[in-house]
Ligand binder design. Structure first.
Ligand code: SF4
Length: 240
């Protein structure tokens, strides 16, 4: 088993290495791509949430066997490293192993990872996904994830501790996220912005992408527009 792997395709836009710690995710985001990627039954994916078999021991073995060091390792792509309501000790143990072998972590969650802030330093990244600024909409779209305000508060605490912070505005389901970007953007060390794919949306992506980019530039943010949104921005009109 090689739990540390190199992401391919669109996932590559997020990092050079990654680990998926859990078998599923309870957050039930309606747009979740993971069951499709994993070829798993959607209901089972959201209900059977446990650490992958021997995941902590297997990460330790691979680190030792392949002398993996100096990498930034993303947690996680096909699950959330902080599944709400579950014991996240395996995440903590894996962060310890990665750090002890000279690697850094890049966390991305819709949960609450503050329990592990004591393990992180200025070489690590703590990130949250925010797809809407509307708590009511989030409650419908991501019914069992942490409230967006809790995610944001966690991120601000991480920033105050000297941990680098990032926000993945992907998939955007509400253009109001630009208000959050405007309000809190200076607390984000990096921002990634991407559109909702494979689901209907009445958002004018070209217009949204251009407005997002103008705002990021005006605020002097380190930002990245995901390829599928960038492609929409190239369709017609002119960007400022
Ligand atoms: S947090 Fe991520 S893995 Fe979990 S249900 Fe939502 S999209 Fe899927």
């Amino acid at each position: 088993m090689k739990p540390i792997y190199e992401p391919r395709g669109a996932a590559k836009e997020y990092g050079e290495a990654a680990i998926n710690i859990y078998t599923g995710c309870p957050h039930r985001c309606y747009y979740c791509f993971a069951p499709t990627v994993l070829r798993r039954d959607r209901e089972q994916f959201h209900t059977c949430v446990e650490p992958r078999k021997d995941i902590v021991q297997e990460v330790a073995k691979q680190l030792d066997r392949e002398h993996i060091t100096g990498k930034l390792i993303h947690l996680c792509f096909t699950c959330d490293p902080y599944p709400t309501g579950y014991d996240t000790t395996p995440t903590r143990e894996i962060i310890k192993l990665l750090k002890a072998s000279g690697n850094h972590v890049q966390i991305l969650t819709k949960g609450d990872g503050h329990r592990d802030f004591d393990l992180l330093d200025g070489g690590d990244w703590y990130g949250v996904t925010i797809s809407t600024q509307d708590n009511h909409l989030a409650g419908i779209a991501e019914p069992y994830a942490a409230d967006p305000a809790i995610r944001l508060t966690g991120l601000l605490h991480a920033k105050a501790r000297g941990i680098r912070t990032w926000v993945s505005f992907e998939p955007v389901i509400d253009t109001g996220v630009l208000k959050l970007l405007q309000k809190y953007g200076t607390a984000f060390d990096k921002v990634k912005i991407g559109k909702l794919n494979y689901h209907p949306s009445d958002i004018d992506w070209a217009d949204f992408g251009r407005r997002a980019e103008v705002l990021c530039r005006e605020m002097g943010l380190d930002y990245y527009i995901k390829d599928s949104l960038r492609a929409e921005m190239g369709k017609g009109g002119c960007s400022k």
